[in-house]
Design a protein around this ligand. Structure first.
Ligand SMILES: *[C@@H]1O[C@H](CO)[C@@H](O)[C@H](O)[C@H]1NC(C)=O
Length: 342
C-alpha cells in the first residue's frame, strides 16, 4: 500500500517552486532556532549575599575593609585605593610576599587624603601618593614569579621605611602605572581583556563563609584556633549559600544591580594560607593546608594545590556593598562530587 504522505511529499518535490519554498522555509526555521538557542537567557539563581569586602593596596600586606567598593576591570577599588596596585620588591627586582617575610602581614595600610598610609609598630607613619604622576626615570623592571613587569618606584622614604621595618636592605615599594604595568591574567580561561596589576592570578578572588565553616569543622586538631578568612585574602566574601563549596559550580556572577563577574578558575592554595595572621608564624598544625589536602585536592584541576575559593574577571563594573544579593549562572563545576562534611 502506498503511504498517502509519500504521495503528497513526492508531488511537492516534483513542483520546483514549491520545493524551493519548502527548502527556504526549513532554512529559516533552522536559522531562527539557532538564534534563539544562542540567545537563550542565562538563568541567574540567587546563591547568597555579600558579607565582606576587602582590598589589599600593597600585595601581601594588611588590607582594608569597607561596606562598599567599586568593581573595576583591574580589581576592587575601596576608599579610592585599588587592590594590589603596590608591590614590595628586593634589590634585584624580585617581588616579596609573606612567604619570604611574614612580618609584611603587620604592615597596616589605610587611605588618608588620597594618599596611602603605612603603619607598623615602632615606625613613624609613612604616606605615599595613591596615584603618582608618571616619571619615566623611576620605571624599573620587576618580577612576580616568572612574569616580568614594569612599575614605578615610590621614592627613597618608602624604601628606607620598608627596609628598616622588614629587616632587609634594598627593599623598595613600587606602584602600578597605567599603560606600563598591567599584564594579562595568567589564569586558565582568562580572556585577553582580563588584565591584572600585582595579583598572582586574576583581578578578583571570591570565597564563601559556608566553605570556610565546613573547612573549620573538618580540621580535627587546631593548634592556633580557627582558620579565618584573613588566611585566604579574598576580595569578596559571600554568605548564605545552600551548601559549602557551592562556588565550585559558579560560572558567572551578578552582584547587586550592576556588577558582572566571570569565574575563571578555582584557586589552588599555597603555604601562605598557613601563616597565622596575628602571630606571623606558620601554624604549627600546618592548617588549613593539611586538611584542605585531605578533601579538596583535585589533580585534574590542579596537580599540586588543594582548592579553596575562585578567581574571577570582570564583565561589567559598578558599585557593590555588603548585603547585596549574589546571583550565579551555574557551569559544569569541578565535575567531582565532594564528600559530605564530618
Ligand atoms: C595550582 O595552584 C598553585 C598554587 O596557587 C598555582 O601556583 C598553580 O598555578 C595552580 N595550577 C594550575 C594548573 O592552576
Amino acid at each position: 500500500m502506498v503511504d498517502k504522505r509519500m504521495v503528497v511529499w513526492s508531488s511537492l518535490v516534483s513542483s520546483r517552486p514549491v520545493f524551493a519554498a519548502v527548502v527556504a522555509t526549513a532554512a529559516a526555521v533552522v536559522t531562527v532556532a539557532l538564534i534563539f538557542y544562542k540567545k537563550k537567557p542565562k538563568i541567574f539563581e540567587l546563591v547568597g549575599e555579600v558579607s565582606a569586602l576587602y582590598c589589599y593596596p600593597i600585595k601581601s600586606c594588611a588590607g582594608i575593609t569597607n561596606n562598599i567598593a567599586f568593581c573595576t576591570k583591574l580589581g576592587i577599588r575601596m576608599s579610592n585605593a585599588m587592590d594590589r596596585h603596590f608591590l614590595i620588591i628586593r634589590e634585584n627586582g624580585d617581588f616579596i610576599t609573606q612567604r619570604q617575610i611574614a612580618k609584611m602581614a603587620h604592615v597596616k595600610t589605610s587611605i588618608k587624603n588620597q594618599e596611602l598610609q603605612l603603619e607598623a609598630e615602632g615606625m613613624p607613619e609613612l604616606r605615599v601618593p595613591l596615584y603618582p604622576e608618571l616619571d619615566e626615570h623611576e620605571i624599573i623592571p620587576c618580577r612576580i614569579w616568572k612574569n616580568n613587569v614594569k612599575a614605578q618606584v615610590c621614592g627613597d622614604d618608602a624604601a628606607a621605611w620598608l627596609s628598616t621595618y622588614l629587616g632587609e636592605e634594598g627593599l623598595r615599594l613600587v606602584v602600578y602605572m597605567p599603560g606600563v604595568t598591567a599584564r594579562q591574567s595568567p589564569t586558565t580561561n582568562a580572556l585577553s581583556s582580563d588584565q591584572v596589576a600585582f595579583p598572582d592570578e586574576s583581578p578578583y578572588h571570591l570565597t564563601t563563609e559556608e566553605s570556610l565553616a565546613d573547612l573549620n569543622k573538618r580540621i580535627e586538631h587546631k593548634s592556633d584556633g580557627d582558620i579565618t578568612i584573613e588566611n585566604f585574602r579574598p576580595n569578596i566574601v559571600v554568605k548564605g549559600t545552600k551548601e559549602p563549596w557551592d562556588e565550585d559550580t559558579w560560572a558567572e556572577l551578578k552582584i547587586g544591580k550592576d556588577v558582572r563577574l566571570r569565574v575563571l578558575e578555582p584557586c589552588g592554595r599555597c603555604t601562605l594560607t598557613t601563616v597565622d595572621p596575628d602571630k606571623l608564624e606558620k601554624r604549627a598544625d600546618g592548617e588549613p593546608l593539611k586538611t584542605l589536602r585531605s578533601f579538596r585536592l583535585f589533580p585534574e584541576v590542579n596537580a599540586t594545590a588543594p582548592l579553596f575559593a575562585v578567581y574571577a574577571g570582570l564583565d561589567k563594573g559598578g558599585r557593590i556593598k555588603i548585603g547585596d544579593p549574589v546571583y550565579a549562572v551555574r557551569g559544569d563545576g569541578l565535575g567531582v562530587k565532594i564528600s559530605p562534611g564530618i
